[in-house]
Design a protein around this ligand. Structure first.
Ligand SMILES: Cc1ncc(COP(=O)(O)O)c(C=O)c1O
Length: 431
C-alpha cells in the first residue's frame, strides 16, 4: 500500500470522509491527494510523484505555490509578534490600494473566507435597503452560509421548471424557512430577470451573482446582461453584488467588474486576493459600507478578521498583480493553451466543450456548443470526464474533480505544452 492510501486509512478514522473540506475529496483517486509540498506550478505528493497543478488551490494560488515574496510577507507578520485583533498601518494600506484598483471599492473590510464575507454582505445589503429577499441565479455558487447555500448544483427533479427555478437547499440542516427569502432565476435570461424585479422589487435587498460563473464551468454573461442587471438595480434601489471570490485579480487587476465594464455596488474578493493565504474582502460604495458598525447598525466583527499573516501577503500579491505586463502575459499564455486544447479536441472528434476567461476554464465532456445557463451543463458525461482526469493523473497532470480548473503566473509555456501533450494522450486513451 502506498503512503497516500495509508494516510487515508488513518484520516478516515478521525476526519469525516478523510478530508477537512468536502471539496478536497477527489472522485477519481477515491480519496484526496495527499501533498508533501507545492512549488511554483507543481505539487509533489507523499509518494514522491510530481504533478503539474491545474487546480492551483481551487484558484487561490494565482502566483504559484511557494512564492518567495508571499513567504517573506508571512515571515514579516510572524516577526511582528503573531498579533491579531489589532489595527496596523497595513490594514489601511490594503483598503487604500483596493480603493484605487477595484471600481466599486471606496471602502473595504476583511474576513477570512468568501463564505464569511458573503454572510456579512447579505446582512449589510439588508441593513442598507431595509428589505430581506435575495435575488439569486441558479448555478451560481456563493459559499456555504445557510441563507445563500441554495441551488448551485441542484438535481433537475428538485429544481423546478427552467423558467421558474425553485431554491434547492444544497445541504441537509438548512432551515426550510430560509428558502422563502430567495427569489431564484436562471442566468442570462433578461426577460425573467426583469419579471423578477417587477414582481418582487419591494422585498429585494440584493441581486447576487458571479459575474463570470466559473462555478458552473465558466459560463459568461451574454452581451448586455450585466448592463440590464445594473439598470434594474438602479431603477428599483436594489444592491448589485458581484461575487468575485474567483474572478478577483483573475483576468484583470480590477477583476471581472473592470474586465466586463460594469461596476456593482458591493463585491466580495477572495482566493487570489491572498495568494494562498486566507483573506477575503467586502468592498463597496461608501454609502453602503457606512452602514457597518460602529458607523451604522450592521455588524461585522471577529477576533481573527484581517490577520496580518494574510494582510501582508495580500499587499504583496497586489504589487505583483499591478506589474504592467502581469495580465497581458498571463492572459496570452492562457489563450495559447486554450487554442492548443481546442485543436486537440477537434482532432479527437470527441464532444467536449471548453469555456474560459483569463487563466481559468471549464471542461464539459459530452457537450458541444455555447453553454449559457446551469441547465445547459446538465447531462455532462461524468464517466468520460473522470476517465480523462485519471489518465492525466497517471501522466503527471493534476486536475481536481471540480468544475473549474486553471493555471497560475508560475506556469510556463513549457509546462502548458506538457499539459497539452498529456491531454492529447488522455483523450486518445478514452476514445
Ligand atoms: C464564487 C465563489 N463564491 C464563494 C466561495 C466561497 O469562498 P470560500 O471557499 O473562501 O469560503 C467560492 C469558493 O469556492 C466561490 O467560488
Amino acid at each position: 500500500m502506498n503512503q497516500a492510501d495509508q494516510l487515508y486509512q488513518q484520516a478516515v478514522q478521525v476526519l469525516p470522509g478523510g478530508v477537512c473540506a468536502t471539496a478536497r475529496y477527489h472522485h477519481v483517486l477515491k480519496r484526496p491527494l495527499f501533498i508533501d509540498r507545492g512549488d511554483g506550478a507543481y505539487v509533489y505528493d507523499v509518494d514522491g510523484n510530481k504533478y503539474i497543478d491545474m487546480c492551483m488551490s481551487h484558484g487561490a494560488s494565482l502566483l504559484g505555490h511557494n512564492h518567495p515574496r508571499i513567504k517573506e510577507a508571512i515571515i514579516k507578520a510572524l516577526d511582528m509578534g503573531i498579533i491579531c485583533a489589532y489595527e496596523t498601518e497595513y490594514h489601511t494600506a490594503l483598503a487604500q490600494r483596493l480603493s484605487e484598483i477595484i471600481p466599486c471599492g471606496d471602502m473595504s473590510r476583511f474576513s477570512g473566507s468568501g463564505t464569511e464575507t458573503i454572510m456579512h454582505a447579505i446582512r449589510l445589503a439588508r441593513t442598507a435597503t431595509g428589505r430581506q429577499k435575495i435575488l439569486k441565479i441558479e448555478g451560481h455558487f456563493h459559499g456555504y452560509a445557510d441563507e445563500i447555500n441554495f441551488s448551485w448544483g441542484p438535481p433537475l427533479d428538485k429544481a423546478g421548471p427552467a423558467h421558474a427555478p425553485q431554491p434547492y437547499p444544497e445541504s441537509a440542516g438548512i432551515p426550510p424557512v430560509l428558502a422563502d427569502d430567495i427569489v431564484m432565476i436562471p442566468y442570462n435570461e433578461t426577460d425573467l430577470l426583469r419579471q423578477a424585479f417587477e414582481q418582487h422589487h419591494q422585498d429585494i435587498a440584493m441581486l447576487i451573482l458571479e459575474p463570470i460563473n466559473y462555478d458552473a464551468g465558466c459560463l459568461l454573461p451574454d452581451d448586455g446582461y450585466l448592463e440590464v442587471c445594473r439598470e434594474l438595480c438602479d431603477e428599483y434601489g436594489v444592491v448589485l453584488f458581484f461575487d468575485e471570490v474567483l474572478t478577483a485579480f483573475r483576468m484583470a487587476l480590477g477583476g471581472a467588474q473592470e474586465y466586463l465594464g460594469i461596476t456593482p455596488d458591493l463585491c466580495v474578493l477572495g482566493k487570489a486576493f491572498g495568494a494562498g493565504t486566507p483573506i477575503s474582502a467586502i468592498s463597496g460604495k461608501r454609502e453602503i459600507m457606512s452602514h457597518m458598525r460602529p458607523l451604522g447598525q450592521s455588524e461585522h466583527s471577529g477576533t481573527y478578521l484581517a490577520h496580518l499573516t494574510t494582510v501582508l501577503p495580500a499587499l504583496v500579491a497586489l504589487e505583483e498583480y499591478s506589474q504592467s505586463d502581469f495580465y497581458t502575459t498571463l492572459n496570452a499564455k492562457a489563450q495559447r493553451f486554450y487554442d492548443g486544447f481546442q485543436d486537440i479536441i477537434d482532432r479527437s472528434g470527441l464532444a467536449i466543450r471548453i469555456q474560459y476567461a483569463g487563466p481559468r476554464f471549464g471542461m464539459h465532456f459530452g457537450l458541444e456548443g455555447k453553454l449559457r445557463t446551469y441547465r445547459d451543463t446538465i447531462g455532462r458525461d461524468v464517466e468520460m470526464e473522470r476517465k480523462f482526469i485519471g489518465a492525466c493523473l497517471e501522466r503527471g497532470v493534476y486536475f481536481h474533480t471540480a468544475l473549474h480548473h486553471g493555471m497560475s503566473a508560475a506556469h510556463t509555456d513549457d509546462d502548458l505544452s506538457q499539459v497539452l501533450d498529456v491531454i492529447e494522450h488522455a483523450l486518445n486513451e478514452i476514445k
